[in-house]
Design a protein around this ligand. Structure first.
Ligand SMILES: [Fe+2]
Length: 241
């Protein structure tokens, strides 16, 4: 599959899948390592379902975590059963199925399971504000300032047509903002995910109706877990000190 990802308003097409090895190690826990009936595991929510109120309601989080995310995990396991993925990591299944039109259903559900587990980790009560340290320095060097980064991220969220995701990623060692439609994921494009916001309507419609940009801005200002993002950056690009 040649999947289109938008990087700062330019399209890239990648037909091959590169491993995001350093990052992927974080999610080995998602893999049962055993029978393929449980390759995908519903990860615990890192906070209570009402912990992000008033920015994300308990209703929204409840539906998102217990219905949508749980549904992707369940469907991915059902589709993977008997398909020879036993012992594979979630990341491996995503990379093995990306671009194969005969495996679109399992790719979609596997990628959605992975994307959601990652998204929930990108949020925390009392989050938001500006990142610090190397992450902040790289944002300033890439986008001009954190304010400029937020503008790029919000514009990407606004311009994403239909359901999808907005990501801050590492692309060959450089920061980039990318968007992906539906279940698409940076793991399928050799990009290393750092931060994401889900812009499927189920992520915000109960609380924000059609005001997607307000939702994403609220996440950036009040919920973004920059410590988690900085940790992912450090694991992907260890300090040379
Ligand atoms: Fe979602």
């Amino acid at each position: 599959m040649a999947t289109h990802f938008v990087i700062n308003n330019r399209f890239i097409v990648r037909s091959s899948v590169l491993a995001a090895c350093a990052f992927a190690a974080l999610f080995l826990a998602q893999c049962s390592g055993g029978g393929d009936s449980a390759i995908f595991v519903k990860e615990p929510l890192p906070y209570s379902q009402d912990a992000l109120v008033p920015y994300i309601s308990a209703d929204t989080m409840g539906f998102h975590y217990d219905k949508h995310y749980a549904g992707y995990v369940k469907k991915a396991n059902a589709l993977a059963k008997g398909m020879g993925y036993a012992g594979k990591t979630v990341e491996a299944v995503i990379q093995m199925t990306a671009g194969d039109v005969s495996k679109t259903a399992i790719f979609n559900n596997a990628a959605q399971a992975w994307n959601h587990a990652y998204f929930f980790k990108c949020l925390k009560p009392g989050g938001g504000g500006a990142p610090e340290g190397i992450l902040a320095e790289m944002i300033d060097a890439t986008f001009g300032s954190f304010v400029d980064f937020k503008e790029v991220f919000l514009t990407a969220a606004k311009d994403q047509f239909g359901s999808g995701w907005v990501w801050l990623v590492l692309d060959e060692g450089k920061l980039a903002v990318v968007t992906g439609a539906n279940a698409d994921t940076p793991l399928a494009h050799g990009l290393i995910p750092l931060f994401t916001v889900d812009v499927w309507e189920h992520a915000y419609y109960l609380d924000y109706q059609n005001r997607r940009v307000d939702f994403v801005k609220t996440v950036l200002d009040n919920l973004a877990n920059w410590d988690f993002v900085a940790d992912q950056l450090e694991k992907a690009q260890p300090s040379k000190e």
